[in-house]
Design a protein around this ligand. Structure first.
Ligand code: ME8
Length: 517
């Protein structure tokens, strides 16, 4: 398994403003999936970045008295800072204004021309700048406010201009065949059904260039046209792995194993993108998975926390690992979710501080006090010991299944079920009482508990990399025994290891205002 590649991407964000929590959510979830696969021995390539062309960028720049490039140069560093502060392990951050991306976009265009899929005509129809999307008249409606809206609730405007078209209509059957042959191509199922019925409803050729503005990549044979922003944006996924010049890297990583995106941009990824690729003689990605949208429940936020819609404020207030854990545990991946200060504090104090933190703290401090800080040698295992160890040894298989289907919350539920079981085992075994009656048995209980914590700590690394590393330090697990190959019976803790002095890793969240009292 060790050599199997795994190419994973986020959508690339529009840097027409500062990053928001939706952007952060997508990045941290994708990072958890990337880290999981890496620890599982896969050769992972993880790409993220910014989508810097298009009318939306141009209009925002005009409003702010900037050029679109100045706007991109002002905001893209904030997206780079966000992924850094979120502790993302991306291999590359692509900006669609880079020369390598111009080369890739012009090359895919040329290949689509060669296939005969691009022709010139004139476009007349509806366009949403907010979505950067063309809509059929039947998908729009005029509301009582006199404004016409598209299917995502954004205003549309009438556009009429000379344009190049892509023969999307010619791909209807091939796309339907592809969805049928690869039922895993789009997830979750709800999104797949939407796409299949959209394509069955009939595809019209797609306008893929604009002449009324110039903020985009020039069309190779006719620089009076710039490419429609989505043609260039989607192409980032192949630019990022070396298309067209670095054929070795491209052959190694393409097709992508997973594009992680939000549910509002499924049509672009599951209809347009595979059609462009098939036209250019390239393979479609293996899977596109759409997460849901996050909503601030609108609860009053603690003053000290401030505006928690801002990912930077949120990281400052709660810590990066707590933020990562909260969103991935709280929101079933693929569904919409709410967040609020109270919900985050609840997860920090209950799941992290009480359940996992106390389990680790109680067992490790008993080892420190009663075993001279040396991991005790276990005696024969009782059925209770074995039951807990078996459940721990089973975690990897369960987490693999969950993560292969992007069910990150389900993987976490499995881990916390083991944490709950380990807490029951620890309380029921009363090692503090055994200290006076049966020291050897106490040692076994402490060993078994520590071993359960070890497996949880290894498997929780993709979600909370820093805290998991600290926990593994406290358990004396060497750096080279922290990947998934070290899980299960073969990687058991080594009795006799001297452990560092334990310290708390998951502090309770205390409202800053309460700290003084
Ligand atoms: O769509 N909750 O960029 P973008 C969860 N440039 N996810 C959200 C969200 C929310 N409230 N708001 C946005 C674009 N997202 C294009 C993508 S890819 C070739 C080009 C998600 O900045 C959204 O669904 O509007 C998308 O996946 C990502 O954030 C970037 O959104």
């Amino acid at each position: 398994m060790s050599d199997q590649k795994y190419y994973i991407t986020t959508a690339i964000s529009y840097p027409n403003g500062a990053p928001h929590i939706g952007h952060a959510y997508e990045a941290l979830a994708t990072d958890a999936l990337a880290r999981f696969m890496r620890l599982d021995g896969r050769d992972v390539y993880f790409l993220t970045g910014t989508d810097e062309h298009g009318i939306k960028m141009k209009q925002t720049a005009l409003r702010d008295g900037l050029t679109p490039r100045e706007l991109a140069d002002r905001n893209t560093p904030l997206f780079q800072k966000m992924v850094r502060e979120l502790n993302c392990s991306h291999n590359d951050f692509i900006r669609t204004t880079e020369p390598r991306h111009y080369a890739a976009s012009q090359e895919i265009w040329r290949r689509m021309v060669e296939t005969g899929d691009i022709y010139k005509d004139s476009y007349a129809g509806w366009y949403s700048v907010r979505d950067e999307a063309y809509y059929a008249e039947s998908e729009t409606e005029e509301r009582p406010d006199g404004v016409r809206y598209g299917p995502q609730g954004t205003p549309v405007e009438w556009v009429e201009e000379e344009s190049y078209f892509f023969r999307l209509s010619a791909y209807q059957d091939r796309l339907l065949d592809h969805y049928a042959a690869h039922p895993e191509f789009i997830g979750p199922d709800e999104r797949r059904n939407e796409v299949v019925s959209f394509v069955k409803g009939g595809l019209r050729d797609l306008s893929i260039s604009r002449t009324t503005f110039d903020w985009g990549i020039p069309v190779p044979e006719n620089p009076a046209h710039v490419m429609y922003v989505w043609v260039d944006a989607l192409t980032n996924y192949i630019t990022g792995v070396g298309f067209p010049d670095d054929t070795e890297t491209f052959a190694r990583y393409w097709p992508a194993d997973l594009h992680v995106i939000g549910k509002d941009i499924v049509r672009f990824h599951a209809v347009y993108w595979p059609a462009f690729l098939l036209s250019a003689g390239l393979e479609p990605p293996k899977r596109v998975y759409a997460h849901g949208f996050l909503f601030n429940r609108g609860e009053k936020m603690s003053k000290s926390v401030g505006n928690v819609v801002d990912p930077f404020t949120m990281i400052d207030a709660y810590g990066v690992d707590a933020v990562r854990y909260f969103f991935l545990r709280e929101v079933p991946f693929g569904q919409d979710g709410n967040y609020s200060h109270d919900a985050i504090v609840q997860r920090i104090n209950s799941d992290l501080a009480n359940d996992l933190g106390n389990l680790a703290q109680r067992s490790l401090s008993m080892i420190a006090k009663n075993c001279d800080g040396v991991l005790p040698q276990p005696g024969d295992f009782t059925p209770e010991d074995k039951a807990l160890l078996d459940q721990a040894d089973d975690l990897l298989a369960r987490c693999r299944t969950a993560m292969a289907g992007q069910q990150v919350h389900a993987a976490l539920n499995t881990l916390w079920a083991l944490v709950a079981e380990a807490n029951r085992y620890f309380a029921g075994s009363e090692p503090w009482a055994l200290r006076k009656t049966d020291v050897a048995r106490m040692g076994t209980v402490l060993y078994v508990t520590a071993e359960a914590v070890r497996q949880v700590a290894i498997l929780v690394q993709p979600i909370m990399p820093d805290s998991a590393a600290q926990l593994l330090d406290l358990l004396g697990v060497p750096e080279d025994r922290r990947d998934f190959a070290a899980l299960g019976e073969g990687g058991r803790l080594t009795a006799g290891t001297t452990l560092p002095t334990p310290s708390g890793i998951f502090p309770r969240y205390v409202e800053p205002a309460d700290e003084r009292s």
